[in-house]
Write a protein that binds this ligand. Sequence first.
Ligand code: NAP
Length: 237
Amino acid sequence: MDKYLIFGATGAIGSNLAEQLKKSNKNIHLIGRNREKLEEMSSNLNCDYTALNILSENISEELKEEFNNTNISGIAYCIGSIDLKPLRISKKEDFQRCLEINFFPIIEAIRALQDNLKRNKGSIVLFSTVAVQKGFVNHSIIASVKGAIEGLTVSLAAEFAPNIKVNCIAPSLTNSKIAEPLLKNKIIADGIAKAHPMKRIGEGKDIASMAKFLLTEESSWITGQIIGVDGGRSRIA
Ligand SMILES: NC(=O)c1ccc[n+]([C@@H]2O[C@H](COP(=O)([O-])OP(=O)(O)OC[C@H]3O[C@@H](n4cnc5c(N)ncnc54)[C@H](OP(=O)(O)O)[C@@H]3O)[C@@H](O)[C@H]2O)c1
């Protein structure tokens, strides 16, 4: 069976992507670490799931084994963090931790599933942040790490063409668990919303629509792109 794998399927973007793909009659496979939530989603969406911790040492082997008999049409890596700190008090370990969740598992997952994706002319969708294009205070950790993902996107798009397309979405602040610390204060949240030309914070479905487009055959001539889904924040003053 052909499937789209959604890493971080329980998150704001991952769960909306799962719903949107399912609505378009695509087969999906949910991946996350919260078994209970995955079980509930998989029963609602009538699809399979795998519970795993992306930080596991053997992630590459686990994925190879799990999807050995699956034809993979695409993968979306919707796992990540928002690490904010002034550089003065940041340590090397902060950068390391950020790389461990946002970057290294992508390498492991793609390496494990690359031949499978190639056989199926598949697609890969990764996530960066608006903070790579536009400088914000206290963003040195997350902007550097997500910048690495943008570099990876164009490099792999070159390496894998014409067999696998590789694209990246750079969202601005979107309602989600990782954005909660920034959005829980209504005054701050309203201020951030107003800083966007479109005058609101993003929603999971805004980003998921672009992810679905980039994953599926609708975007068959698009690869190596970093696409801002950011309410205009990266481009408009
Ligand atoms: N939200 C934003 O403002 C924003 C802005 C720019 C970029 N992004 C990027 O967009 C992508 C999607 O984020 P989101 O907005 O959907 O955030 P989210 O709602 O917090 O979802 C994050 C997902 O990652 C999963 N996860 C975290 N650590 C994991 C681990 N060790 N193993 C397995 N799964 C793990 C979470 O699982 P649990 O449900 O178990 O926690 C959750 O499913 C990320 O790459 C993020 O960096 C988001």
